[in-house]
Design a protein around this ligand. Structure first.
Ligand SMILES: [Zn+2]
Length: 217
């Protein structure tokens, strides 16, 4: 093949790839930005005009999408939800109700995922600190009300792991009550999850939950 035709083939391939990316993108109902569909929250409207989060993007019917960026969530309003009226008979106001439903759905999903991955979840300060010495990728969940001493100990250990090149994700806006609920224990201030291809599913839901918690202040 001549250089020219190689170039042409490259061009065709890259425009096909671009087209494919566009097909999988959706516009956010609220902020109007475009993003990958699978990274967005799908919303569905039932016959009664109620809006529901569809975490698995599998509910029947037509959906709309939210990008779930922090700024977008902060600015989500009933007026913006009104855009759904182009396609559905939607009850308004219900922005706060939707966010409440989303928070509940996320909490339920996290509870389910934590119980499915019980084998790779470690709970409590001693077990988590011990786990930090190992090099595998780790998701660390630290309760915001776990106390200054624990906060210092955990953030120092996370910083050291990051310095040494061990992948570490730290989430620290959950309450100890929330943590205890999702891991099904009485009281937990810190937990860690070995991140495998499977347990990594937890992370995006944790991020969404934190953003919602931030919005609530
Ligand atoms: Zn958005």
């Amino acid at each position: 093949m001549s250089n020219e035709s190689t170039l042409l083939a490259d061009e065709v391939l890259s425009s096909l790839a671009e087209r494919k990316r566009e097909l999988h993108q959706r516009q956010c109902l609220n902020c109007r930005n475009r993003a990958e569909k699978r990274e967005m929250l799908r919303l569905v409207v039932d016959d009664a005009g109620e809006v529901w989060p569809d975490l698995f993007q599998k509910a029947p019917g037509r959906g709309s999408y939210l990008c779930m960026e922090s700024t977008c969530l902060e600015q989500l309003t009933d007026k913006r939800l009104g855009a759904l009226r182009r396609n559905f008979d939607v009850k308004l106001p219900q922005c706060e109700k939707l966010l409440q439903r989303l928070q509940e759905a996320l909490q339920q999903q996290l509870r389910r995922l934590f119980s499915q991955h019980r084998a790779v979840v470690v709970l409590g300060r001693d077990a988590v600190m011990h786990q930090m010495w190992k090099s595998g990728p780790l998701l660390v969940l630290l309760a915001s009300d776990g106390g200054d001493a624990l906060l210092r100990q955990v953030t120092d250990a996370v910083a050291k792991r990051v310095d040494s090149g061990s992948e570490t994700l730290l989430m620290q806006r959950f309450s100890s009550l929330f943590l205890a609920d999702v891991v099904d224990r009485e009281k937990v201030s810190v937990a860690a999850v070995e991140l495998s291809a499977v347990s990594a599913k937890l992370y995006p839901f944790c991020v969404w939950y934190e953003r919602l918690a931030d919005r609530a202040g």
